[in-house]
Design a protein around this ligand. Sequence first.
Ligand code: SAH
Length: 249
Amino acid sequence: MTGWLAIAGLGPGDPNMVTPEVTAALAEATDVIGYIPYVARIASREGLVLHPSDNRVELDRATHALQLATQGHRVVVVSSGDPGVFAMAAAVFEALEAGPSEWRDLDIRVLPGITAMLAASARAGAPLGHDFCAINLSDNLKPWGVIECRVRLAAQADFAIAFYNPRSKARPDGLVRIFEILNETCRDDRPVLFARAVSTAQETLRIVPLPEASAEMADMRTMIIVGSSLTRVIDRAIGPILYTPRSAS
Ligand code: SAH
């Protein structure tokens, strides 16, 4: 039997936000590989082997997936959100590039998903309506100095900024420093969105002016979107709308 490998995004949490393409790949799969909480979202069934693994073993996971697909298995590697955004697709291609040449003949597809910044943005309104960038605040794979530099330059360029992995137990003070840099660079009270566990039963949204934003408002399930200088709030009795107009002035 011919094996294949799909690297799929499960979206932010709500089953309604899993694409039909991903659902179809999972229905055909013999093996599902991924981080424990993401594999936990897959219903077990006859003929499907689930391979949950711990965080920080992305390359082992990628190698395992490529080996199984080479042996004829139909493998889906799952990520939350989109697999190409701070997730497994790049890890699989790192393993592919370094691995045996036979892996290059494999049928490999990346199946997109709704990434956290788009789910969070949609819930709040349209904060990413003009130019924006996304920055991963985890320093597992890059020096902290690079992160500080990118945050400062992105704020100087007046992008709205979506922050992934804003906080972890391993670096409790990093986000404090990020808000210091943003306040030094922006010097205004633009809105900041803290969107936690978007599209799940635990979802919370909070919008505060930048000078009032603090690290305690985020955890690892939070997406932070810091507006550009033009991002604004429409106040309504039934809840605010956060948006960035389409034009730059
Ligand atoms: N590939 C994923 C991102 C993985 S990094 C994607 O495309 O969304 C993990 C980070 O994503 C978390 O620390 C958090 O910042 C963000 N995130 C993932 N799911 C989220 C959700 N449902 N609500 C808010 N943030 C989320």
